[in-house]
Each structure stands twice: as C-alpha cells, then as structure tokens.
Design a protein around this ligand. Structure first.
Ligand SMILES: Nc1nc2c(ncn2[C@@H]2O[C@H](COP(=O)(O)OP(=O)(O)OP(=O)(O)O)[C@@H](O)[C@H]2O)c(=O)[nH]1
Ligand SMILES: [Mg+2]
Length: 313
C-alpha cells in the first residue's frame, strides 16, 4: 500500500484496519500516519459506552449502531477489551456480538486488547478514534468494560459518555458511585427485563440529586432491554439531546480543548520519559546513581534535581 494515510482518507477500509494495527502495535510508521490524518479529524461525534462486565454494552452498541444506520449515519465501533491478549479484530464475534453489523459497509468495527498498560491503551484508543474520524465515519462508539480510573481515562476520548448499569448490582452501586456519577452524561439501566430496574433507577436518581445540584445537565436515567431492541430509539434521541446541549452551551468545545491539551501533555510526558530512560538507563549511568543512593552518599531527590538540570542545559 502506497501511503496508508492517503488511502484512509480515500475511504479504503483495509488501510483503516492497517492504520489502527500500526497504532496498536506501536509500529514506527504510526506517528507519520497520525500526523497526516490529524488535520482531517474533528468531524466525528464520539460516544463512550462503559459499565460492568456483561451489562450488555456490546448488545446495546450493536442495536444503537443499527439505529444510527437507519438514520443515515455511518458508524465506527472500537471495543476495548482490557482482559484479552488478542487484538487486531481477532476476537470479533466472541466478546463482540455484532456479526451482521460487520457485513454493513457503513460500519467499521474494531477491537483492541491491552498488550501493555491500560494507560497506553487510552492514547491508542484516542488515536484509533482519530483514524476512524479521518476515514469519515459520522459516529464513533468506544466500548470499554468497568468504571475504574483507567476506563475513565479511555472514556475521556468521548464527547458524550453513557454508563450502562444492570439491576441486581446491590452494594456495587455504592462502590462505583463516585466514578460513575462523574463520567455519566447518560445512564442506561439495561436488562430492564430483570427484577430491580425500578429500584436501581430510584437509587440512581437519589444519588444524582445529591450530586448534581448546580449542574445544568441532569443525566437522564433510561431503561432498555438491548437484546429485545427495547429502549434503543430513546437512547439515540438522548444522545442527540446531549450533543445539542453541549454544542449550544460551549461544553463540547471545552471538552475537546481539554482533550487536546491532555493529549499533548501525555505525549510530551511519554517523550520525556523515553528520553530520560535512554540517557540514564540504556547508557548504564543509572547504576552509579543507584549505588550512591543505596549507600546513603546522596539521596534520590538531589540526584533527580541534578539530572534534570543537566538535561535542560
Ligand atoms: N436478559 C437480558 N439479557 C441481555 C440484555 N442485553 C444483553 N443481554 C445478554 O447479556 C449477555 C452479555 O451481553 P454483552 O452485550 O456481551 O455484554 P457486555 O457488557 O458487552 O459484556 P463484556 O464486553 O464482556 O463486558 C449476552 O448474553 C446478551 O445477550 C437485556 O437487556 N436483557
Ligand atoms: Mg462487550
């Protein structure tokens, strides 16, 4: 393939897959691809879907994607699978149950495994989102399991985030409360065919009332039965409502600005880290310092300050 980025921009699906693989595997050409694609990003709307394992996130995403398709939108789906060592779409059809969607030319599905750290995954996810954006899809879903800090980081790539919960979570809801209240623009109680959906809705409403006094967007709490296609149009309508809301009040611009800033800082952190490692570790210089620190001839604070001063000269 001549130039992967050019091909992505022409709408070549194979090039899209290759570009994401390059990012995922940290190939040398990944940065070049991203540089070329970056000017063509910023058009897609990114939806984050997160929640506990097995909540029906993939089933929901599948149904939501179909609803967007029926409204004339093209769709990209990135499923993050932090537990799986697989990547490159190898697990399609396993954890992701979207086989008929995969036949649709207006849909591009990709799963990404962690391989390295979850931290690394969040910037890889952000880059994969940009590749799909430049490719030209209208809406991008990022599905991620769980509601811990790492997932929160991944979800930061999203313009609107939906937290999926299920009835019968009991005390879990208390445990994850802090995290979910912060990141959810929309809450959907899936598996509403199970007992306890109303109870969960009441509990969530109470928490949001306590939390959201000064907020201008009160996250709606929807109910769905994804595998029966119940509640799907409401979720899509609510996505639109939230999007319109944050477009009009400027919050979307604020979120995207914050994202651009954080991405730049993360990139800079990584580069500086690499540079320091190269200078200190690969050269073996660090061993001398460590000896001196260990024998209490000096201390790590003094050493780090000295190293920094030297490097910044
Ligand atoms: N009863 C019921 N089952 C559902 C519903 N939605 C999905 N399921 C089933 O729940 C199971 C898990 O669904 P997934 O969509 O794979 O859930 P997930 O949250 O993506 O799971 P992970 O990605 O593994 O965390 C599947 O067997 C679905 O068919 C629902 O609304 N009601
Ligand atoms: Mg899933």
């Amino acid at each position: 393939m001549e130039n992967i980025a050019d091909e992505v921009l022409k709408g070549n699906r194979l090039a899209l897959a290759k570009a994401i693989t390059a990012i995922e595997n940290e190939r040398e050409n990944a940065t070049e691809i991203m540089k070329q694609l970056y000017p063509h990003t910023g058009n897609a709307y990114v939806l984050g879907i997160t929640g506990p394992p097995g909540a029906g996130k993939s089933t929901l995403t599948d149904k939501l994607a179909k609803e967007f398709r029926s409204r004339g939108k093209t769709v990209g789906i990135i499923a993050i699978d932090p537990t799986s060592p697989f990547s490159g779409g190898a697990i399609l059809g396993d954890r992701i149950r979207m086989n008929d969607l995969a036949m649709d030319e207006g849909v591009f599905i990709r799963s990404m495994g962690t391989r390295g750290s979850l931290g690394g995954l969040s910037h890889k996810t952000a880059d994969a989102v940009k590749v799909m954006d430049a490719f030209g899809v209208d809406v991008i879903f990022v599905e991620t399991v769980g509601v811990g800090q790492s997932e929160v980081d991944i979800v930061k790539a999203a313009d609107t985030t939906m937290v999926v919960l299920i009835p019968g979570m009991g005390d879990d809801i208390q445990a994850i409360k802090a995290g979910i209240l912060e990141i959810g623009d929309i809450f959907t109680i899936n598996k509403a065919d199970h007992d306890g959906a109303d109870k969960l809705q009441t509990e969530l409403n109470m928490m949001l009332d306590l939390d959201g006094v000064m907020k201008d967007w009160r996250p709606p709490i929807l109910k769905a039965v994804a595998n029966q296609n119940i509640g799907i149009t409401e979720v899509v309508d609510t996505f639109h409502k939230h999007r319109t809301h944050i477009e009009e009040n400027g919050q979307l611009t604020v979120r995207r600005t914050e994202r651009a800033k954080n991405e730049m800082l993360d990139l800079l952190d990584a580069k500086i880290g690499q540079y320091v490692r190269h200078k200190l570790v690969d050269s073996g210089k660090i061993d001398g310092y460590v000896e001196e620190i260990k024998s209490r001839k000096t201390d790590p604070y003094t050493v780090v300050n000295g190293v920094m001063e030297n490097m910044l000269k």
